[in-house]
Design a protein around this ligand. Structure first.
Ligand SMILES: Cc1ncc(COP(=O)(O)O)c(C=O)c1O
Length: 444
């Protein structure tokens, strides 16, 4: 059942918390005149000065000048520890030598070769090797596009029309189910929306629509929806039921693939029919890919009669192929990924311990190197559980962190990159502890 929004103490106008937010926002505006001017200039030619909705927050978002390893500088000259890492795509940090060298080498060989190249099959091999359920893979330019392809393929293969998705899920700009509904700009597929982590409700819907159900599309952890891990039992239920009714199971691992060498599916022991990846697999450049069972993906084999067509000018562009390959081969060993995710687990536990020790109404959800700070004390298992968040507290947290030189998403997402070490994690912990001490009195 949907929860309605309640007014928290701190969300009331003129509450000490609301006034503190106002002060923090004014201080932010005073500190960042160059970002304010940039925003105003961009607003003349772009709606709200924006071409990527997730980056916007009032009164204006920061504009960045440059990045190096795990550090960012904004155009007013402030320095930040980058705990956002391009919403998970920047796993290697900003200036990894190995990746930059691979891009330079690809550049030296000339852009736009109008043909196949050696790198694409190498990258495909690396991906199939890491994620065994991906027997064959195809590249796209974004995770959105890869999900669109996986959905279309599942409809064609099954001859059915419906796609089961989950409340709070994000599969791309035209495949968004965050905010309590299907986005009005979503592609017009016949979506059925179930409740995340609710096995019984999902079983009921799958059975009810089984004759028309082409696929269940699921993130093994809601990413944009707040880093809400899928219960293994829930995800296994989806695997069993899809098999039973002849629908495909599509794992959107655009975010979660980094949680283990073989993606979160390998930790769970689940083999989906199709998997979608993206983000860091392109080494920091535009990328997406979908792949899975050879019998299904084989439908795209152009040498077959009646093959499905999937063109795309930049699908195999040499810069992305080179960067992706260099990162996977040179940096993202099993050992490196395990260490990164252990660092994330430690940080999340320490953050939660600090909030808990102070009875401060915030908590951090997630798995490994991905996490999200929420202004709520309840256990979060689905999108509904997040409805009662104290938005003022969350806003204050964000602006206080910026003042402390900690960069994270306005919605609370933290994604660790490889160059984040103990020093940076220590600075985040110290900043959060100061936030708790300084702001606790606003909540009584
Ligand atoms: C789980 C998931 N799927 C798909 C996408 C879309 O990827 P892209 O932004 O490359 O289109 C994202 C992006 O954040 C994502 O988190």
């Amino acid at each position: 059942m949907k929860k309605t929004r309640s007014t928290k103490l701190g969300q009331m106008e003129n509450s000490p918390l609301a006034l503190a937010v106002e002060e923090a926002v004014q201080a932010f505006a005073r500190r960042n005149p160059a970002s304010a001017a940039q925003f105003s200039k961009a607003s003349n030619v772009m709606p709200g000065g924006n071409t990527r909705s997730v980056l916007f927050y009032a009164p204006f978002p920061l504009a960045m000048e440059r990045g190096d390893k795990a550090t960012l500088w904004d155009i007013d000259g402030h320095r930040y520890d980058d705990f956002l890492a391009e919403y998970t795509a920047g796993i290697y940090g900003h200036s990894d030598d190995l990746i930059l060298d691979a891009i330079r080498r690809a550049l030296n060989d000339g852009l736009n070769l109008s043909g196949h190249n050696r790198l694409e099959a190498e990258l495909a091999f690396e991906i199939c090797n890491r994620i065994p359920s991906i027997e064959l893979v195809r590249f796209t330019n974004s995770g959105t596009e890869a999900n669109l392809m996986a959905i279309a393929l599942s409809k064609l293969v099954t001859g059915r029309s419906k796609i089961l998705v989950f409340d709070g899920a994000y599969h791309g700009s035209v495949l968004s189910f965050t905010g309590g509904a299907s986005s009005p700009i979503n592609v017009p597929h016949d979506f059925i929306i179930s409740c995340y982590n609710d096995g019984e409700a999902s079983i009921e819907l799958i059975r009810k629509h089984q004759a028309d159900l082409a696929a269940v599309l699921v993130e093994p952890m809601l990413g944009a929806g707040g880093c809400v891990p899928g219960d293994p039992e829930f995800l296994w239920t989806l695997r069993r039921l899809t098999e039973e009714v002849g629908a495909l199971l599509i794992f959107d691992e655009v975010m979660t693939s980094r949680l283990a060498f073989g993606g979160r599916q390998s930790s769970l022991g689940i083999k989906p029919d199709l998997t979608v990846i993206g983000k860091y697999f392109g080494g920091g450049l535009s990328f997406g890919a979908f792949g899975g069972r050879a019998d299904i993906m084989g439908r795209f084999d152009p040498s077959r009669s009646g093959a499905l067509s999937h063109p795309g000018t930049f699908n195999n562009n040499t810069l992305t192929m080179a960067a992706g390959l260099a990162g996977l081969r040179g940096r993202l060993s099993q050992q490196a990924l395990t260490a990164l995710n252990e660092r994330g687990d430690t940080l999340r536990n320490e953050l939660n311990a600090a909030f808990c020790a102070a009875s401060f109404p915030m908590n951090v959800t997630g798995v490994g190197s991905l996490m999200n700070v929420h202004a709520i004390s309840v256990t979060v298992r689905n999108a509904d559980d997040l409805v009662g968040q104290d938005e003022n507290l969350k806003r204050l947290f964000f602006f206080d962190m910026l003042e402390e030189g900690i960069y994270l998403a306005r919605r609370g997402l933290i994604a660790l990159s490889l160059p984040i070490g103990n020093v940076e994690a220590g600075r985040l912990m110290a900043a959060v502890k100061r936030f708790i001490d300084r702001r606790k009195k606003l909540l009584v």
